[in-house]
Design a protein around this ligand. Structure first.
Ligand code: PMP
Length: 401
């Protein structure tokens, strides 16, 4: 048995981290992994998360019972409110179905699974070129076809808006358009509000179904409302859509697998039916979602003082990242590194698409022990005031030679 099973290659990002871990060079840097690090290169437990954990641990009623199939009810409601806005028309009209999921990955999975069963399975899921490494496999796993839309323009290191609109236009009517709500992974390039309006126009004209993936709300700009702007704009325009939320980055709850899937539909009747079917899908796959992370987020979202502190923590993370962008840009300019580097400060969120070529990336890895994916993507969180000089000089060297 299984003699002919093909060997699957390792996941690129997890593989890179393993090679980094086994490297003994003292100045090594890991810019591959998409997890926040503090200025000492250490994982950061948000102070507000520590407080919430204290409250949970000291709760005399604490237990380890199952959550309901669709998750912790108060967490689900707060999560929908967080992404759609407290006075969202969709929430007021009870046409929102929210299910707690195995973080953002689980939300993406449940989202495409639900659509494959109850929307259509004869249209492609349109994904950006490039996109998060996992989108393609998640979509293919439920039997849907993937088609790429133009997104990143290597000439400008910015958005190819004309190509993007054309791809949407050329796709079959009613396709599922997978959109990054903010802080596009891997490029760090987001549409402007003006561009989002044009994107919405084409999606409306073609009858595409908007599928938002939101993995960085609050983490990108430090402002929860700003990072939710595109999703709320689409809801205001009356689209039926769905949105995946992850609390990995904005709460630092990576391993706790905390997330939500929210479907916005036409009316309350549809919302009840959607929720019932999503619950049925979830039951067969995970029975019920993990409780710990959801309880932490739930506490913070319902307590005004903790909520304010969370906002502070978000600003701590996003401003450190923005500061690293600025410092990297300044140093490359100071060194006179050939090329333009504005994109480093224009891009947003965890990642930056540097424009470095695969051959240059290889030199960074082999000669400098700086680990990044061969598409030239770097996690800004891997940079600190302690290693940024070393990194800038290494980039300067590989670009010149
Ligand atoms: N979508 C995007 C675009 C992401 O970048 C990520 C995290 N890398 C996720 C979803 C999901 O991550 P998680 O399952 O840890 O929430």
């Amino acid at each position: 048995l299984f003699q002919n099973t093909p060997l699957a290659g390792p996941d690129k990002i997890f593989h890179l981290t393993a090679v980094y871990a086994s490297d003994e060079f003292p100045q090594k840097i890991n810019l591959g992994v998409g997890a926040y690090r503090d200025n000492d290169g250490k994982p950061w437990v948000l102070p507000v998360v520590k407080k919430a954990e204290d409250i949970l641990i000291n709760d005399p009623n604490r237990n380890h019972e199952y959550l309901p199939i669709t998750g912790l009810p108060t967490f689900r409601a707060a999560s929908a409110k967080l992404i759609l806005g407290a006075d969202s028309p969709a929430i007021k009209e009870n046409r929102v179905s929210t299910c707690q999921t195995i973080s953002g990955t689980g939300a993406n999975h449940l989202g495409v699974l639900f659509l494959s069963r109850f929307y259509r399975n004869d249209v492609p899921v349109l994904i950006s070129k490039p996109t998060w490494i996992n989108h393609r496999d998640i979509v293919n796993n439920v039997g849907l076809e993937v088609r790429e839309y133009a997104y990143y323009d290597p000439k400008t290191n910015g958005l190819d808006i004309d190509g993007f609109l054309k791809s949407l236009n050329d796709a079959p009517n009613g396709s599922i358009a997978l959109l990054h709500a903010c802080a596009h992974n891997p490029t760090g390039v987001d549409p402007s509000q003006e561009q989002w309006r044009k994107i919405a126009d084409v999606i409306a004209a073609k009858g595409h179904y908007p599928f938002f993936d939101c993995a960085y709300q609050g983490f990108a700009s430090g402002d929860l409302d700003r990072d939710a702007w595109a999703v709320r704009y689409f809801v205001e325009r009356g689209f039926e859509l769905l949105v995946c939320q992850s609390y990995s980055k904005n709460f630092g709850l990576y391993g706790q697998r905390t997330g939500c899937l929210t479907v916005v539909s036409k009316n309350a009747d549809a919302a009840v039916k959607i929720e019932s079917q999503i619950a049925k899908l979830q039951r067969a796959e995970v029975s019920n979602p993990p409780a710990y992370g959801a309880r932490i987020v739930n506490l913070v979202l319902h307590d005004p003082k903790l909520y304010a502190e969370w906002n502070d923590n978000l600003r701590t993370m996003s401003s450190r990242i923005m500061d690293m962008r600025k410092q990297l840009y300044d140093k490359l300019i100071e060194l006179g590194t050939p090329g333009t580097w504005n994109h480093i400060i224009d891009q947003i969120g965890m990642f930056s698409f540097t424009g470095l070529k695969p051959s240059q990336v290889q030199v960074l890895i082999q000669k400098y022990h700086i680990y990044l994916t061969d598409n030239g993507r770097i996690s800004m969180a891997g940079l600190s005031t302690k290693n940024i000089d070393y990194f800038a000089k290494a980039v300067n060297d590989v670009v010149r030679n």
